[in-house]
Write a protein that binds this ligand. Structure first.
Ligand SMILES: Cc1ncc(COP(=O)(O)O)c(C=O)c1O
Length: 381
């Protein structure tokens, strides 16, 4: 089942965006300014309360100590903040060759993975091009599609928690320009198996596929090896989730040389900041720290599942660092939990997710405290 959409995340704003000043490109008429929903301000307003920020799937602990050491070393031994960063982040791309097992020519470091998604849309989409997207998924991607004047085609799997890969395959037509797969999907946790992705790439060589692996480190499985085999694949990754440096905006993409050549025509080689480059290098130098975090999160997921199931609630765990919890009144549940200093994401407005909230999985010790606060809220529901 496919459906074209008017965007639900960035609602149509009618004429109000065009009342003053020079007019922007006409595709922006259907968008309104992005209204981010983050708990950050509320957390800063309550410095005395121990808060748990579990709404944006960020890491709940600081990054490796090596990150701080590298930044302090850089700031104390040089005054090079007055210079532009290393162009093209070549040292980091080189360090990533080992991590992703590809050549540097297949890797492009970007200003967060959002930047990578936008770059691909800028290079490959034009007015009326069709983009197929299984939903619900990471909605910010939709903006980049719409800003190009392209057409979003939503794909609804038969089962919310199933990839429905055969019907997805059938929904791709010769004029599908781009397919966006988040693997594992945010928020459902749906996984696209590597063999299935390879079959899609093989059957639709005229279509470019983005596989967004923002949660790769938690999942442990990737399709990045397919970059060496197929010219129509872009894999995007981030340092914002497991690596814990969301505030520094670091991401990268992996793709074939022909696609890279096109992307580099638009890419700004000084767009990635120097501290981010240094921090990301330091992250890669401390795999044990991050392996431990992944183990913690995996353990905490099991804990959350058993505790919430024991209390009679349905919980859907995912291979990523978030779970979905089904509650009778999601908005009230989130509001009451905020009063307890726990910030999670109400996902009940997404298609077929009427009763779901999404909770970022913290460490085991943090999960115990979060469960205690959830209990206090459940008593008041
Ligand atoms: C699937 C997905 N892709 C991309 C991003 C954005 O990542 P970045 O911080 O690297 O821009 C997110 C953040 O929530 C995400 O969930």
């Amino acid at each position: 089942m496919e459906r074209r959409i008017g965007e639900q995340h960035h609602e149509a704003s009618g004429n109000e965006s065009r009342t003053h000043g020079p007019s922007s490109v006409k595709y922006l008429d259907s968008l309104s300014p992005y209204k981010p929903v983050s708990s950050l301000m509320r957390i800063w307003e309550n410095p005395k309360q121990v808060s748990y920020k579990l709404d944006w799937n960020e890491s709940t602990i600081p990054p490796s100590p090596k990150v701080y050491q590298a930044i302090v070393r850089f700031l104390s031994y040089s005054n090079h903040l007055n210079w532009y960063p290393e162009l093209g982040s070549t040292s980091l791309a080189e360090a990533l060759t080992e991590y992703v097992n590809l050549d540097a020519e297949n890797i492009l470091v970007t200003n967060g993975s959002d930047d990578a998604l936008e770059l691909v849309c800028k290079a490959y989409l034009g007015p009326d091009d069709r983009v197929l997207v299984p939903v619900p998924t990471y909605t910010h991607f939709f903006v980049y599609v719409q800003a190009r004047g392209s057409q979003m085609v939503q794909f609804h799997s038969s089962e919310l928690f199933d990839s429905d890969i055969e019907r997805l395959d059938a929904a791709i037509t010769p004029d599908t320009r781009l397919v966006y797969l988040v693997n594992p999907n945010n928020p459902t946790g749906v996984v696209y198996e590597s063999d299935d992705v390879a079959a899609l790439l093989e059957s639709h060589p005229q279509t470019l596929f983005i596989v967004d692996e923002a949660y790769y480190e938690f999942h442990g499985k990737s399709v990045v090896h397919l970059v060496g085999e197929y010219d129509n694949l872009v894999v995007t990754r981030t340092f914002s989730k497991c690596f814990g440096i969301a505030g520094l905006r670091m991401g990268y993409l992996c793709t074939s040389v022909p696609v890279m050549t096109e992307l580099k025509k638009l890419f700004n080689p000084k767009s990635v900041n120097r501290l981010g480059q240094i921090a990301a290098m330091a992250c890669l130098s401390d795999p044990d720290y991050y392996d431990n975090l992944v183990e913690e999160v995996t353990e905490a997921k099991v804990l959350l599942r058993s505790e919430m199931t024991r209390r009679g609630y349905r919980i859907v765990t995912t291979p990523a660092n978030y779970v979905l919890l089904e509650v009778p009144n999601p908005s009230r549940f989130c509001r009451l939990l905020e009063d307890e200093g726990v910030y999670i994401r109400d996902r009940s407005t997404l298609p077929r997710m009427e009763h779901f909230v999404r909770i970022t999985v913290p460490t085991v010790a943090q999960a115990h405290e979060v469960i205690a606060r959830i209990d206090r809220v459940l008593d008041r529901m």
